[in-house]
Design a protein around this ligand. Structure first.
Ligand code: ARE
Ligand code: CA
Length: 465
């Protein structure tokens, strides 16, 4: 009888970037729930400007739930179906600003707008006009007043100190909650005074999950710690510590005693290898890096710091290119349920990366389900190989070099043979033995022989004799 994991679905989320609601509903049922994801971060659901670039989503015109990703009914249906499958929805909430278009226009759902004038929502006085820079745009992140009251790339900056603005934003979030969402990513939270965000959040029902995007900037006055009183924050330091090192052939051993420097406390941290901004910017590893990207994700999912957010988007060569869409601009729903042989060596522009179906990712979620309540022990390095144990529950090992190597990691797991969940995926054990690689623990030592650029992980649930 195989051992049961401690948690069926550990707290691991996935960002499904620019994926339509109907497709997310399918994913919840067919890939996310079966692979053990607990929640999905969606792209913004509000009415936006009409443009082909993906970032049209970040330029609100109204709070109608109509967008190139789907209708209000489709959104509601997605939340319901995902919920039924045991997967929660976190909506990306763009509440710092409205669109940055200077010219009047009409939004996706037909709502007319002008810069600083959005009928029935906001007028000129509801926006900051900071007067601190020549064009009112943020130019200096070392100046708190600029960061929070000037415009982020010309986006009309809401004056969130005003009660009517807070109420209007709150009504939008309440509307999404009424459809069953579990919480929100707060886009550009850094650009709102933490007290303003908190005032909006405290008016929401208790238990609403809040995930603030506050990109940690060295020496900047506005720091992520200011936003932890009312929720979690995306901790950008995590990938910054891990990825450049991996890309140049070694693994950084993190601080495991007490708090990690320049990291928010573990229970406030959302960690990720990349997101839709960093895969177009600072991330040293993305879907393009195949094996090393898998290794990075495996290390994150094996770690005991923070709540991991896996990222799944689409291939691109043009930074601005939107996801493939029909003639009317509606983004094409694509299913990852039949994807095989992933990660691929090469993706055509627009192809979904389907990271949620990669056997290594699914296998590491299973590892996490067994290991999550057990501490990470000190890492072991041997040449280009590195690994660590989650006390008594599982061991991960990686080889970030271009030659085969082997590493021995002391463990309190019982002697025996174990199947590898990185190569074998979930349920890597079958009656005939391991689906893929197998490693043994002998005399309290796990030995991993590893091909170049590979990860391997064993846990109690993959033990066999
Ligand atoms: C687009 C055009 C602009 C145009 C604007 C208005 O690119 O040229 O002026 O439209 O018409 C996304 C895209 C932007 C896009 C915007 C609106 O990335 O290109 O602008 O949507 O359509 C800062 C913020 C952080 C923000 C990043 C991008 O602090 O909050 O910039 N991230 C979120 C989202 C983005 C989104 C927005 C916010 C806007 O994740 O996808 O923008 O809603 C240092 C600082 C960081 C700073 C970073 C980059 O690291 O520490 O704080 O991040 O530099 O400047
Ligand atoms: Ca602002």
């Amino acid at each position: 009888v195989p051992l049961e994991p401690d948690r069926a679905a550990p707290d691991v989320g996935i960002q499904l970037f620019q994926l339509p609601w109907t497709a997310i509903a399918d994913e919840c049922e067919q890939t996310l729930a079966p692979n053990g994801f607990a929640w999905v971060l969606t792209s913004p659901p509000n009415e936006h400007i009409v443009r082909d670039e993906w970032w049209a989503s970040y330029q609100p015109v109204s709070y109608e739930l109509e967008s190139r990703l789907g209708t209000r009914d489709e959104f509601a249906d997605m939340v319901q179906r995902c919920d039924d499958a045991g997967v929660q929805i976190i909506a990306d909430a763009v509440i710092n600003h409205m669109t940055g278009q200077d010219d009047p226009g009409v939004g996706w759902a037909g709502t007319p707008y002008e810069h600083y004038d959005y009928p029935d929502l906001y007028g000129y006085d509801d926006f900051h006009h900071c007067g601190l820079t020549a064009n009112d745009d943020i130019s200096n992140y070392d100046d708190r007043a600029q960061v929070q009251t000037c415009e982020l790339v010309n986006l009309a900056d809401l004056d969130t100190s005003r009660q009517n603005v807070r109420d209007t934003v709150g009504a939008y979030l309440d509307d999404l909650l009424s459809l069953g969402v579990a919480g929100f990513r707060i886009d550009a939270a850094k650009h709102m005074d933490a007290a303003d965000v908190e005032a909006i959040i405290v008016a929401l029902p208790e238990g609403t999950r809040i995930m603030s995007e506050v990109i940690r900037g060295g020496g900047e006055p506005v720091q992520p710690e200011e936003y932890t009183a009312f929720g979690e924050v995306f901790e950008f330091t995590y990938a910054r510590d891990l990825l450049p090192a991996l890309a140049s052939g070694f693994v950084n051993e993190p601080e495991t005693e007490g708090d990690r420097p320049l990291h928010v406390p573990a229970d406030k941290a959302l960690v990720f290898i990349d997101n839709h901004d960093t895969e177009r910017g600072e991330a040293d590893l993305t879907y393009r890096d195949g094996d090393l990207y898998v290794i990075a994700n495996a290390l994150m999912l094996a770690d005991d710091y923070g709540t991991p957010v896996v990222y799944s988007g689409y291939a691109f060569s043009d930074r601005d290119a939107g996801a493939p869409a029909d003639d009317a601009g509606r983004v094409t729903p694509v299913s990852c349920a039949i994807a095989t042989d992933l990660p691929a060596d090469d993706y055509e522009d627009g192809a979904r990366t389907c990271v949620q179906t990669w056997p290594a990712i699914a296998g590491m979620l299973e590892f996490r389900a067994f290991a999550m309540d057990f501490p990470r022990l000190e890492g072991v390095s041997e040449g280009d190989a590195y690994g660590f144990e989650r006390a008594g529950r599982g061991v991960i090992a990686v080889n970030v070099g271009d030659e085969a190597t082997s590493i021995q990691i002391p463990t309190t797991m019982q002697d025996g043979k174990y199947c590898d969940v990185v190569s074998g995926g979930r349920e890597s054990w079958t009656n005939d033995g391991c689906r893929d690689d197998e490693f043994s623990v002998e005399n309290g030592v796990a030995t991993f022989a590893l091909a170049p650029f590979t990860a391997a992980a064993i846990h109690l649930g993959t033990a066999h004799r």
